[in-house]
Design a protein around this ligand. Structure first.
Ligand code: MN
Length: 285
């Protein structure tokens, strides 16, 4: 018999669209932006410039943008329109990705209500199918087709309080933890802030991927993680780390964890820097 969390993960992929691409397609995965309304609870605000610079880079370099949930902080805030107004430049740039059909959203626990948003489609999961054979060291050539699938979802399904009991969790965040966060007391039940909970979710997602002989990529815990053939579990991280954001790039049949942050040149001028923080994982061997 399948365990509760296994059923919940399966369910996310039941009607998931399949995005068919090539091994050389460029894809960037972001998660847990938690875009807010520009007040002191808006954890995204301090990284907004870094995120915007990264977004411009990915647009210019023709990447497909996929967001793995908790993009907008709709537990602490009730109205998406207020978030859109504050982060208007971000949403304008995202709409350019959309024009190229290069924009996909998944909903998480904090933006679960986006499931029923008619203007912006959010899925529970997406299946990324890469078909072709990429020869190592040769950028754009492939012979004999080979397909593999990456399963993308938010990851809260491995977490009972944040999936089945999401309304209770939202209530606690909205009325209890949000006011306490303002005076410096952090929510102890949040998977993003609690190590034991993180490890449990990670283990469950990894077990699921091993059992189903696939790769799974999520967000939710805010802990970036590079997978391998043993764990088969990757995590994008978040856009609310202190002073940096993390994302996953998939390009030329490789997966890489990338960090964006503000760095200083020798003349003390500041610039936004992109750094690959993993050794690449080759999907096509
Ligand atoms: Mn989450």
């Amino acid at each position: 018999m399948k365990k509760g969390y296994e059923r919940r993960i399966y369910k996310s992929f039941k009607d998931a669209p399949v995005i068919s691409l090539y091994p050389y397609s460029r894809i960037v995965l972001f998660s847990d932006c938690h875009r807010g309304v520009g007040n002191s609870n808006d954890n995204f605000l301090s990284n907004q410039h870094i995120y915007f610079a990264a977004l411009k880079y990915y647009y210019k370099n023709n990447f497909i943008y996929i967001e793995l949930g908790d993009g907008d902080e709709l537990w602490e805030n009730r109205h998406f329109s207020a978030i859109k107004e504050v982060h208007e430049d971000v949403f304008n740039l995202l709409s350019l990705f959309e024009k190229k059909n290069h924009l996909w959203f998944i909903y998480g626990n904090h933006d679960y209500v986006m499931k029923n948003n008619k203007k912006s489609i959010h899925y529970s999961g997406l299946i990324l199918r890469l078909c072709g054979y990429l020869q190592k060291n040769s950028k754009h050539s492939y012979i004999a087709p080979k397909c593999l699938e990456l399963y993308l979802t938010h990851g809260h399904q491995a977490d009972f309080l944040n999936s089945t009991l999401w309304k209770l969790s939202r209530f606690l965040v909205r009325y209890l933890w949000k006011p306490l966060e303002q005076i410096g007391i952090l929510d102890p039940t949040s998977a993003a802030k609690n190590y034991q909970r993180k490890e449990k979710s990670e283990k469950r997602l990894s077990d699921w991927a091993i059992k189903n002989n696939c790769y799974i990529i999520t967000g939710h815990t805010h802990r970036p993680m590079m997978g391998n053939d043993k764990t088969r579990y990757f995590n994008v991280g978040s856009c609310v780390h202190p002073h940096s954001i993390t994302c996953i790039e998939i390009e030329n049949g490789m997966i890489n964890l990338v960090k964006w942050f503000v760095d200083a040149k020798s003349d003390s001028s500041l610039f936004v820097s992109r750094e690959v923080i993993s050794t690449p994982f080759y999907l096509f061997k």
